[in-house]
Design a protein around this ligand. Structure first.
Ligand SMILES: C[S@@+](CC[C@H](N)C(=O)[O-])C[C@H]1O[C@@H](n2cnc3c(N)ncnc32)[C@H](O)[C@@H]1O
Length: 209
């Protein structure tokens, strides 16, 4: 992590009230794909890590039994909670938690994360993915800044001073090591993508169906 958790939290606290006004086409495409692939059933609990102002959590709540959002920025989560109240959504809860310590010990079927994990170093991402695997979800949908090819530091999707995106290959290996099978890779841009990882869904099983 190029900045401490406290510094990232302070940065997002400051940006929280304007965060929703400033989004790129690629961010929106990525968020939409995360929502589409998460597709929780009515009896499923979703855990959304790096939930921010609730873009993913609030979109999934009407379909899920419950959505739990975790983040390090109180300011971002205040925005999320206010939007939930405005929209009459009462099956979401937001609270402090990090990727590596989500502070959630209930059951979870689907874990989501959008545009947040790239703040961690690669080793921290590997640890976080292992923690997520340990929570026992059937599906983990990760949308983020990630490199499909050689990264161009002049591209707008990450700031080298604060962000630390991984390659798709690194993330795929970490997901596999955590017990997931990669079932879909969506390339939104050469630096933005969505990975869908599932459990108990090997290629052999898929081929046999
Ligand atoms: C770019 S915002 C994305 C928010 C939301 N997921 C979305 O799609 O709009 C990144 C969020 O990740 C949170 N974040 C950064 N580092 C984190 C960490 N280590 N654990 C949990 N959340 C983190 C930030 O506070 C911020 O709210």
């Amino acid at each position: 992590m190029k900045k401490s958790i406290e510094k990232h939290a302070a940065r997002f606290d400051e940006a929280a009230s304007e965060y929703d006004d400033d989004s790129s086409e690629e961010y929106r495409a990525c968020a939409n794909l995360v929502i589409e692939h998460a597709a929780p059933d009515a009896d499923e609990v979703v855990l959304d890590l790096g939930t921010g102002t609730g873009a993913i959590a609030l979109a999934l709540a009407p379909d899920a039994e419950r959505v739990v959002g975790r983040d390090i920025s109180e300011g971002m989560m205040e925005e999320a909670a206010s939007k939930a109240a405005d929209q009459g959504i009462d099956n979401v809860e937001f609270g402090h938690g990090t990727f590596r310590e989500p502070e959630y010990d209930g059951t979870v079927s689907v874990v989501t994360s959008n545009f947040a994990m790239h703040h961690l170093s690669d080793e921290e991402k590997r640890e976080a993915i292992s923690v997520i695997g340990g929570l026992g979800p059937q599906r983990f949908v990760l949308g983020d800044v990630m490199f499909f090819g050689e990264p161009n530091p002049d591209e707008p999707f990450y700031s080298p001073e604060v962000d630390d995106p991984a390659t798709v290959g690194f993330l795929a290996d970490a997901l596999t090591d955590a017990g997931f099978s990669l079932t879909a890779v969506e390339r939104v841009h050469e630096q933005v993508g969505v990975l869908v990882a599932e459990r108990g869904h090997s290629r052999d099983e898929t081929d046999a169906q």
